[in-house]
Write a protein that binds this ligand. Sequence first.
Ligand code: ADP
Ligand code: 5GP
Length: 205
Amino acid sequence: MFRRGLLVVLSGPSGVGKNTLLNLLLARMAGIRYSISATTRPPRAGERDGVDYFFFEPEKFLAMADAGELLEWAHFCGHYYGTPRSYVEGSIARGTDVILDIDTQGAALLKKKLLEGVFVFLMPPSWQALEQRIRGRGKDTEESIKERLNRAREEIDHLSDYQYVILNDDLERAVGELEAIILAERCKVVRNDVAGFLAAFFAKN
Ligand code: ADP
Ligand code: 5GP
């Protein structure tokens, strides 16, 4: 049965484990791709251009935003972040699901535009765990850690705008829950071309 791809939006405070969860999900689930964001933030150690992000100068980023080439974009802790439009729209039109890791500002913009999105929020088990994870990642400066922890409160304030919440205490269980949400969304009648399927189904009888 043909259906358009899902647009799955994953948000949560910086350091909660969005990247870690996505990598595990993408390694085990077929039919879904990660949308690589554009950003003006400098790469962290080990991050690769075109893999983790497209790293752009602010001029180039803002030119893309002006040209309508970003599906959404936001300013987060001193840098711009945005979702390249053509990759997402092309994948969805072909029936491939796409998952985005974006902040709550970007998610709110998409929620207004796209009725069919699936909005998932990843929560840390405690404030202490969140702080330990950001520090444990070992890739941010002290200033950036403080900024992200401040911003984390604002991100968590938007939890009730989401359709699903996953507690990232046990990583394996959290990945299983994300996978279950996506599998259930794929089976929704309204997301499938039921009319086309039924026409073909009865034409053969
Ligand atoms: P985000 O993408 O949300 O900023 P990361 O995926 O970079 O977060 O994770 C931040 C840190 O937390 C990483 O060092 C990661 O290994 C760790 N982490 C992620 N999930 C868990 C978990 N369930 N339990 C313990 N540590 C975790
Ligand atoms: P980080 O610098 O830790 O990689 O990301 C910081 C924040 O930016 C995270 O909350 C992440 O979800 C968000 N982010 C990453 N890409 C995008 C994007 O394309 N658009 C928006 N709005 N936020 C993004």
